[in-house]
Ligand binder design. Structure first.
Ligand code: PMP
Length: 463
């Protein structure tokens, strides 16, 4: 048995890709002119491209490959499950062992008040489920006017209609005339970019109180829920000031609205706890999960449901008219179970908290001394470097926002490492199995990348 052919010549693959394949979040016209990079293999934290180059995967795929690439145990578990029962649905009074085992396992792993899960195939589908679930919950509780969902500008909750609407990415809203009605966006806790005239502590409280203002303006009787990522990932690893979440918690405790934690990135050990909510001491009523649930080996997501929400959703009876063909897919559930075994057996969550997390954080934050870096920040294994034109005046952005970031991303690739650019922030989120030696390599490559980017920006008049 072989994988899809690696024997195609690179140029033929590139040409076929350009002719037939539309890539996500891409300018397909210019991508086709340039040609895609072709990744053919991956092992641990290393990718291999079609020219045989080895590339350090500083983004764990797309924030998801917690256990590293190429784990035979997951492949074997999926193979065994597919040989036994490759697919069956979970509609119509039917279930199957992998879905049951995974649901039970997640209830054990999650904070004690979250005991049920609704399965789907992605983070976007999880948040679409959230959207419908919170409205249905309030209908069931006899409060049908509670419909508005509050979320944050520059949050990311997926690419489906509900995901895009809940997310606060304006560039996404303009395509498709979104958000849908009933979503209200508040400010994000982005101190470096938006709050630097105050102390981080003051700004954190102010950003949190935006939630209070919004609930009071809209009316608590009309607000269904607040959704947020514990740390915004795709928005640029926005780590809120330490005062932010305690103040949000105070506001939520005083008001009768649901809190939804989007744990699609922060879940499954990324912050050194099983879930980002635990890192910040939050008690969500619902949690959206995906990515690290299977380490990306197969697509799967879900919504973890609290006992409180179960009262409206389940105990009151009646159908929840929502579901996906692949809800609880047996092969995906088997991949998730094998992945969770690895995370547990190799103590990866504790490793992020006590070992590789602090080790990489110290070195990554050390990059803050580079002349191009305005701020280096990191929690768990999620980090960002703000690259800026004038270190003495670090909050002033480049004139062509985003261009230096993309350049830096390309330089990083040439040096054999994946970093992502969000505006002019360079982002990393490596697999949780990253070794100390690989962490050293990551930081050394980032420094080399910054040096070269600095030179190119100077040459091209950006500095
Ligand atoms: N929520 C968050 C916080 C995410 O980061 C993402 C994806 N990056 C999603 C939702 C959407 O997940 P998916 O791409 O699996 O639909």
């Amino acid at each position: 048995m072989t994988a899809v052919s690696n024997s195609y010549p690179t140029e033929a693959l590139r040409a076929a890709d350009a002719a037939h394949h539309i890539h996500p979040f891409s300018d397909t016209k210019s991508l086709n002119e340039e040609g895609s990079r072709i990744i053919t293999r991956a092992d641990g934290v290393w990718l291999t491209d079609s020219d045989g180059n080895r590339i350090l995967d500083g983004m764990a795929g797309l924030w998801c490959v917690q256990v590293g690439h190429g784990r035979q145990a997951i492949a074997d578990a999926v193979h065994a499950q597919m040989s036994e029962l490759s697919y069956y649905n979970t509609f119509f009074k039917t279930t199957h062992p992998p879905a049951v085992a995974l649901a039970e396992r997640l209830a054990k792993l999650a904070p004690p008040h979250l005991n049920r899960v609704f399965f789907c195939s992605s983070g976007s589908e999880a948040n679409d489920t959230v959207f419908r679930m919170v409205r249905h919950y309030w209908d069931q509780m006899g409060k049908p006017d509670k419909k508005v969902i509050i979320s944050r500008w520059n949050g990311y909750h997926g690419s489906t209609l509900a995901g895009t609407s809940l997310g606060g990415m304006k560039a996404m809203h303009t395509q498709g005339d979104l958000p849908v009605p009933g979503v209200h966006h508040i400010n994000q806790p982005y101190w470096f970019g938006e709050g630097y005239e105050m102390s981080p502590e003051e700004f954190g409280v102010m950003a949190a109180r935006d939630l209070e203002r919004a609930i009071d303006e809209i009316g608590e009787d009309k607000v269904a829920a607040f959704i947020a990522e514990p740390i915004q990932g795709a928005g640029g690893v926005i780590i809120p000031p330490e005062t932010y979440w305690p103040e949000v918690k105070r506001i939520l405790d005083e008001r009768d609205i649901l809190f939804v934690a989007d744990e699609v990135i922060c879940g499954f050990g990324r912050l050194g706890e099983w879930f980002g909510s635990q890192y910040y001491g939050l008690e969500p009523d619902l949690m959206a999960i995906a990515k690290g649930l299977t380490s990306g080996y197969l697509p799967m997501g879900g919504v973890l449901v609290s006992d409180k929400v179960s009262v409206g959703l389940i105990d009151k009876g009646g159908d929840f008219n929502h579901g996906y063909t692949y809800s609880g897919h047996p092969a995906c559930a088997a991949a998730a179970l094998a992945n969770l075994d690895i995370i547990e057996n190799e103590h990866l969550v504790e490793r992020v908290k006590n070992d590789i997390g602090p080790y990489l954080q110290e070195r990554w934050i050390g990059l803050g001394d580079h002349p191009l870096v305005g701020q280096a920040r990191m929690k768990g294994l999620m980090g960002a470097l703000e690259i800026v034109p004038d270190k003495k005046n670090p909050h002033k952005p480049f004139k062509d926002v985003g261009v230096p970031g993309l350049l830096c991303r390309d330089v990083s690739f040439e040096h054999g490492m994946v970093m992502r650019a969000v505006r002019d922030s360079m982002i990393i989120s490596p697999p949780l199995v990253l070794s100390h030696e690989e962490a050293d390599h990551l930081v050394a490559t980032a420094r080399k990348t910054l040096d070269d980017t600095h030179q190119i920006l100077k040459r091209n008049g950006f500095l």
